[in-house]
Design a binder for this molecule. Structure first.
Ligand SMILES: [Zn+2]
Length: 279
């Protein structure tokens, strides 16, 4: 019995240690996006001073936590992995919403954006676009811009053949245009931020700018609205592209955070939808 109890205690301690290591890893690598079950950031953490790996580059090459004092907007041509974009190229700030559309949360996000007169960019997943064409229509009708986020959030897309990558991106854009014929899709965002050279080349060939981010409050880990809001306010500076999620789990915290963030951000910045003709 006491052996069992001791074993239980050891397990608890181990779990606590692993939990701290995980939290530390995440705080060191704030840009790691939601990896849809493949927790690359947990299993093989990347640090800003490590060179990009052969497969996945890990974090972008700039500082993982851009401080508001670093107020010079990055160049237009992206200082994220493989030249992906992390800045609007001006002093304006761009909010981006990933993984939708989702019938529970996308309408709430749209309502808040409308209330504050803010335009944003939605990085939509192809199969969700196919399931909810009305939400793609609502996004476009409200004046927001679109970004292709792969067919089914494939974090390993960059490891596939150029033909497979191309087919995935085209299928996703087709689903978006089935909802909104002629929709302009100016950007592609690689799921998990797991950029590779082939995925960047393919998205550029298809006329889309590879879109990374500068500010990641890791809202997909459901850290609570206060946490999400304070991370965004602390890390956002002129030109920041902010990563948020309107789908992929319980996003009520993100919606609540947005309610506070929008007026605060508008006090300090102009907010913009990333322009469709950026390429
Ligand atoms: Zn995503």
């Amino acid at each position: 019995m006491s052996t069992l109890r001791a074993a239980g205690l050891v397990t608890l301690v181990l779990a606590a240690l692993l939990g701290s290591a995980y939290a530390l890893g995440r705080s060191l690598v704030p840009e790691q996006e939601h990896n849809a079950g493949v927790k690359a950031s947990v299993n093989s953490p990347h640090y800003a001073d490590q060179p990009p790996s052969q497969d996945f580059p890990g974090p972008p090459r700039h500082s993982p936590s851009p401080s508001p004092s670093a107020s010079t907007p990055a160049s237009d041509d992206g200082d994220g992995p493989y030249g992906s974009r992390t800045s609007t190229g001006s002093s304006r700030v761009a909010l981006t919403f990933d993984d939708g559309p989702d019938p529970r949360y996308t309408p709430q996000v749209l309502a808040l954006l409308k209330e504050y007169g803010v335009k944003a960019t939605f990085c939509v997943v192809g199969e969700n676009a196919e399931s909810h064409p009305n939400l793609i229509q609502a996004i476009v009708a409200d004046g927001h811009t679109l970004c292709n986020h792969s067919w089914n959030h494939d974090v390993n897309l960059g490891k596939r053949s150029p033909d497979a990558i191309r087919a995935d991106l085209l299928r996703t854009s087709d689903a978006i245009r089935a909802a909104v014929p002629g929709a302009r899709i100016g950007y592609f965002r690689q799921p998990g931020g797991a950029w590779t050279r082939p995925v960047v080349s393919t998205c550029e060939e298809l006329g889309m700018t590879p879109l990374h981010w500068a500010v990641d409050p890791a809202d997909w880990t459901v850290p609570g609205a206060a946490n999400i809001a304070s991370t965004v306010m602390t890390q956002t500076g002129p030109g920041s592209i902010v990563l948020l999620h309107d789908a992929g789990g319980d996003r009520s915290g993100t919606v609540e955070a947005l309610r506070h963030l929008l007026p605060e951000l508008l006090d300090r910045y102009q907010l913009e939808a990333l322009p469709v003709d950026a390429t």
